[in-house]
Design a protein around this ligand. Structure first.
Ligand SMILES: Cc1cc2nc3c(=O)[nH]c(=O)nc-3n(C[C@H](O)[C@H](O)[C@H](O)COP(=O)(O)OP(=O)(O)OC[C@H]3O[C@@H](n4cnc5c(N)ncnc54)[C@H](O)[C@@H]3O)c2cc1C
Length: 337
């Protein structure tokens, strides 16, 4: 297992932030993961697992070993109307979804074009357009960072929630996910009721859509909504939508009649962070190499050569402005390292 020294990470995160890894390993199977972990353990180093770097802000150079899971492979374990598909953690999620659709394996169409690796998908239970990974996950194969032992996590043990899982909570930073087993179907079960999918299908002139049409609609909507990280560095939505209690919502609505909000099961209201930022007049703001995208108030961008500190300074300014105007505190969605 080759361990590289003092490696640039700017091409390994979609923000394009210029951090360096003291040590970098790209294991291609579980044994190589164990070797890399043993290397770190013998030197009492910390380990950062870095997938596609699309949900991470590298504010500092990581310490210790950066481990980039690079296991590939797609293998049907069980075939029938339901299909169990094992995929390596290093598989690119977008390529994987497109490949399943070409095989006539349905289920992931609404999750098209989400950046990142398969191995990271369970960490925040990726979701889009009314579908989340948990709907199609059977099990996870992982290696424990501290000991190198293997463990299977059945989906029921992953405590999946909205953009949440055991890997962000109790088991955070304890495991390298090396493979997923997905449960897909040979029969389509289309979910077109979320967002503007139906409208987009209509625009495409498709009256009786199949799963590939739904995937195409999702891709078209996403391309029109979010900037492509390969064109301008970003990590998608930078702030989570804040949830406030009913009294706060009523108070805000009285002074800001256009306020956008979705009622929650617990009686609270989820506010649109993009709306709050936009109303502070920040869309399109630029501060040196970083800025807020001119069309997407929730997306911070790197126009070239930005550091994580530049990004966090802009994020602080945004949070201060929203707090000052609305009394609402925004939380950063990606992981800050
Ligand atoms: C333009 C854009 C659009 C996006 N749209 C969506 C969306 O619609 N829905 C959505 O849910 N997300 C979205 N995201 C966020 C992102 O795509 C997902 O969170 C994705 O799963 C991150 O994958 P990654 O491989 O890049 O993970 P990274 O950013 O590298 O890592 C994220 C976290 O997972 C951990 N991790 C990564 N790989 C492993 C592994 N193999 N084992 C253990 N831990 C691991 C890391 O340590 C880190 O804590 C978007 C991001 C961008 C840039």
């Amino acid at each position: 297992m080759e361990i590289q020294v003092n490696q640039p990470l700017d091409r390994l995160n979609t923000f394009g932030l210029g951090a360096r890894a003291p040590f970098l390993a790209r294991p291609t199977d579980a044994d190589q993961v164990r070797s890399a972990l043993a290397f770190a353990r013998e030197r009492a180093m910390s380990v950062l697992v870095l997938g596609g770097g699309s949900n991470i802000v590298l504010a500092h150079d990581p310490e210790g070993l950066v481990l980039r899971p690079s296991m590939t492979g797609r293998c049907v374990l069980e075939d029938g109307d339901d299909v169990l598909l094992r995929v390596g953690a290093g598989e690119d999620w977008t390529d994987l979804v497109a490949w399943t659709l070409r095989q006539g394996l349905w289920g992931l169409e609404n999750l098209s074009l989400i950046p990142g690796t398969a191995g990271a998908a369970p960490v925040q239970n990726i979701g889009a357009y009314g579908v989340e990974l948990a709907d199609h996950l059977h099990a996870i194969e992982a290696v424990e960072i501290a000991s190198g032992r293997s463990r299977i996590f059945p989906a029921a043990e992953c405590a999946f929630g909205y953009r949440d899982s055991i890997f962000k909570q109790a088991e955070r930073d304890r495991w390298v996910i090396v493979a997923l087993v997905l449960r897909l179907s040979r029969s389509p079960h289309l979910r077109t009721g979320y967002g503007t999918i139906r409208q987009e299908l209509e625009t495409m002139g498709i009256a009786s859509p199949g799963p590939i049409d739904v995937a195409q609609a999702v891709i078209r909507i996403r391309r029109s909504k979010l900037p492509d990280p390969s064109v301008v560095g970003n990590c998608g939505s930078f702030f989570s939508n804040p949830v406030v209690d009913a009294d706060t919502y009523a108070r805000l609505l009285a002074s800001h009649p256009g306020l956008t909000a979705h009622p929650q099961e617990n009686g609270g209201f989820k506010l649109a962070a993009a709306w709050l930022i936009d109303r502070c007049g920040l869309k399109g703001t630029r501060r040196g190499p970083v800025g807020i995208h001119p069309d997407h108030a929730l997306v911070l961008v790197n126009y070239g050569g930005a550091t994580g500190r530049d990004v966090l300074a802009l994020a602080d300014a945004v949070r201060d402005a929203v707090e000052h105007r609305f009394g609402v505190t925004l939380q950063i969605e990606p992981r800050v390292v």
